[in-house]
Design a protein around this ligand. Sequence first.
Ligand code: CA
Length: 245
Amino acid sequence: MAPTLLIVEDEQDISYVLKANFKKEGYNVLTAPSAEAGLKLARAHKPDIFILDITLPKMDGLELMQKLREETAAPVLFLTAKRDEIDRIVGLKLGADDYITKPFSIRELSLRVKAILRHMTGRPAAGKEKTTKLGDIEIDFERHEVKVHGASVSLAPKEFQILKLLVEADGKILSRDQLAQHLWGPEQGLEMDIRIVDQHIARLRKKLMTERDRIATVSNFGYQIKNPERVPVAAGAGRSAKKSR
Ligand code: CA
């Protein structure tokens, strides 16, 4: 079934062009000129992905995302016009899946949407057993399911991907740059504000009810998963200093 996309944008010409383009590409497209109208459509149609403008007439796109996050884990891509809006996305720790800066090319936006949706389909990790246990955490990569103490936990797409990357790294340290490039692609990953990676990690830790020692921070470098049952952590592995950005 074609994925449903909800675009919330008050600039009619942008909204119109986006709608026409995504329809042509086979999506079900819904559009709303305000956050309030977008929220109603989101509740009625449960879109698979959201494209939200930040500057909207009353409630803005960031507030809208906060409301959406209480109801859905579907990915959100922000349209931003200014640098300070990116800072606000980062500052609010919303765990946005992506953002694109205006003016943007439709082709680029379309590729981003495709990439986000492709990651969401949750391809199973090749050659890995179906379920992985990390102490009290149980991860089913095929079904995209995570349980903590036997209870299901709902992870946003990027959070799931990060967990998957860290588990697959099997105790190896992944730098924030490496994580960003895996999550957003080689070029876009370099452009992304690296603090977004930290935020996804923070949310992941909270949802997994795990202490810092399970998903360990390697100061000024990156992250590493520690599994006392199966991952022997090699002392000093991968700790070579890396230039900070
Ligand atoms: Ca606007």
